[in-house]
Design a protein around this ligand. Structure first.
Ligand SMILES: [Zn+2]
Length: 182
């Protein structure tokens, strides 16, 4: 896979081409420094947490991205803006540090919509797939939320929650066991 167009996101939501260097991860997403461990058991102990790599893409596949960490918690947001943005009962997001999101291709096709003063929603212009949600203020300004419906890699999470359920669509009933927050 060519990584010439690989980009990472700045706090302003712009994608900047990634400078290539010795510290770039290898094809499996592991930092290259992992290869210095000659014994496989030691290598897996030290590097196992770094091998969580998840790939995703938009509907038309113009945009392809990679997340190089495992999102710790998954939120199903029932807020009206998230419902509209997804055209669905709720939006499911997982958050990672901005630096862990690598755009493999398609930066040019990503459009941004500022749905409030501090919130940026990003989507693929040709096909309309919702991709990323981020806030440029506050304690989570260094994080980015990924619309998990766009993942191609199998992902599971045993820590999920419903948020903004006071705004829930009246035609949808939550029937799972995950905690709910107003
Ligand atoms: Zn697309």
């Amino acid at each position: 896979m060519s990584r010439k167009s690989e980009a990472i996101q700045t706090a302003s939501g712009r994608f900047l081409p990634l400078a290539r260097g010795r510290k770039q991860p290898d094809a499996a997403g592991r930092p290259r420094s992992c290869s210095r461990f000659k014994w496989p058991s030691l290598r897996s102990q030290v590097c196992s947490k770094m091998t969580d790599v998840f790939q995703g893409s938009c509907l038309c596949r113009a945009v392809k991205y990679e997340i190089r960490s495992r999102s710790k918690a998954l939120s199903h947001c029932h807020r009206g803006q998230c419902r509209k943005s997804h055209g669905a009962a709720f939006a499911s997001y997982g958050s990672v540090l901005r630096g862990d999101l690598h755009l493999i291709r398609g930066a040019d096709g990503i459009k941004s919509y500022r749905s409030s003063e501090s919130v940026l929603r990003q989507f693929c212009a040709p096909c309309g797939s919702s991709l990323f949600w981020s806030r440029n203020q506050g304690e989570y300004s260094n994080w980015i939320s990924i619309a998990l419906g766009t993942l191609d890699t199998t992902f599971t999470s045993d820590k999920q929650k419903h948020i903004e359920v006071a705004s829930k669509a009246p035609w949808y009933e939550i029937q799972d066991h995950w905690p709910q927050f107003q």
